[in-house]
Ligand binder design. Structure first.
Ligand SMILES: Cc1cc2nc3c(=O)[nH]c(=O)nc-3n(C[C@H](O)[C@H](O)[C@H](O)COP(=O)(O)O)c2cc1C
Length: 392
């Protein structure tokens, strides 16, 4: 019989355990099972992180300036099994910064949801984690991968990859502060070719991390070159918790290849899902799906309205500009249309223009609106300004 820790339950991990066990006859039987398992890597299979059930093997990535609630709830609708907030500053939470508290809005249709925090001070990170738990997140994720100078110069983000002692103290403090599982997302290391993540990963698990996400590029690389998932496979072999593979997953085929080659429990999708929730559906289900103009318009209209509600009108106008280009790559909109939307001064004007370009989108929008949970279902932290943020 093949016994596996319940966490490391990917088809490929099962296959590895099978290969490591038994007599020749048993091995023969297992190899047959292995071939079947290899053919049947199922992206719709559920798995779990420290007892939190994740219904598919697709995780929607944390992305600063992108992963607002509207993005996350849309991601869940299109098949992401787990969604993540963008990174939230523990210092911002400590100073009761109103905008920072806005990142802690959680709504009923997002679960399971990880809220990601960053910082390098164990006590401040523990306090931030308590707030994240109180806000209703299912998982507290920690950012040990951000390559941006503004973050690394404070000792946070990818800098922690080079300071294992402090990294472990941060994880230990956060894991001790909350009862939900805590996880870490990291890059391979600071410098090109670094293997720091392999030394650090097992130590973070010992310190209390219930899962690890690896984006196997160095901080120096930013987004150049390719994600080296051979490193992800090495990490999977080293730790007894689920590993999520992040980097360059944009299609069903790449998702399967990465899961097959690494034994990771799930893949994470970031840039591929920007303004393209249909990519998530394609990755989960395997069928190419070209949305109609009406479908693109309807999703964008709901997204625009949700962003305005969440961020407030003024901030939403600027925030949304990048999304027009991302969305309007589909649906056969005329080229100048994107430029036209970017120049409009209010979100209501954008919505009006989209309805004019795709009148048949109206019933689709109505249906999507009906599925949104009631505002009362949002968590409001007692005495904290979260409910004031963005008029929501
Ligand atoms: C615009 C943008 C913002 C990002 N912000 C975060 C973040 O806040 N936290 C984090 O851990 N990773 C962040 N990332 C990294 C992604 O989560 C992901 O690891 C990386 O983009 C590789 O995945 P991809 O090839 O699917 O894009 C960001 C990436 C992008 C493109």
């Amino acid at each position: 019989m093949i016994l596996l820790p319940p966490e490391q339950n990917s088809p490929v991990a099962r296959r590895r355990a099978a290969a490591a066990d038994g007599t020749p006859a048993e091995i023969g039987r297992q190899q047959q099972a292995v071939t079947i398992a290899a053919m049947a890597v199922e992206l719709r299979e559920s798995w779990s992180i420290g007892g939190v059930d994740v219904p598919t093997r697709i995780v929607l990535a944390p992305m600063a300036g992108v992963s607002i609630q509207a993005f996350r709830r849309q991601g869940r609708r299109f098949g992401a099994g787990l969604v993540c907030s963008e990174m939230v500053s523990s210092a911002g939470l400590e100073h009761r910064n109103e905008r920072t508290f806005g990142y802690l809005r959680v709504s009923a249709d997002e679960h399971p949801l990880a809220i990601q925090i960053f910082g390098s001070e164990p006590r401040a990170m523990a306090d931030a984690a308590r707030l994240v738990e109180a806000a209703g997140a299912d998982i507290v994720d920690m950012n040990f991968g951000c390559p941006v100078k503004k973050v690394t110069k404070t000792g946070a983000g990818a800098h922690l990859l080079e300071d294992p002692e402090l990294a472990c103290r941060v994880v230990d403090a956060v894991a001790s502060a909350v009862s939900v599982p805590v996880t870490v997302k990291m890059r391979r290391g600071l410098e090109n070719g670094s293997r720091a993540c392999l030394e650090l990963g097992p130590r973070l698990v010992e310190a209390g991390a219930a899962a690890l996400t690896l984006h196997p590029r160095s901080a120096k690389q930013m987004y150049t070159g390719e994600a080296d998932h051979a490193l992800t496979a090495e990490l999977v072999a080293l730790v007894p918790v689920p590993v999520i593979a992040s980097g360059d997953v944009t299609s069903h085929a790449t998702a399967l290849t990465v899961l097959e080659r690494t034994g990771a429990a799930a893949v994470m999708v970031a840039r591929g899902a920007q303004g393209n929730p249909w990519a998530l559906r394609e990755i989960v289900e395997g069928d190419e799906f070209a949305p109609t103009r009406e479908e693109v318009a309807a999703e964008l209209i709901v997204f625009v309205r949700e962003a305005a509600r969440e961020l407030g009108e003024q901030r939403a106008v600027g925030f949304l500009k990048k999304f027009y280009g991302w969305y309007l790559g589909r649906g056969r909109f005329p080229k100048p249309f994107k430029q036209e939307l970017v120049q409009l001064a209010t979100t209501e004007a954008v919505v009006t223009r989209l309805f004019a370009a795709a009148p048949e989108a109206a019933p689709l929008v109505e249906r999507l609106d009906a599925e949104l949970p009631a505002a009362e279902d949002e968590v409001v932290l007692d005495g904290l300004p979260i409910s004031l943020y963005g008029g929501g």
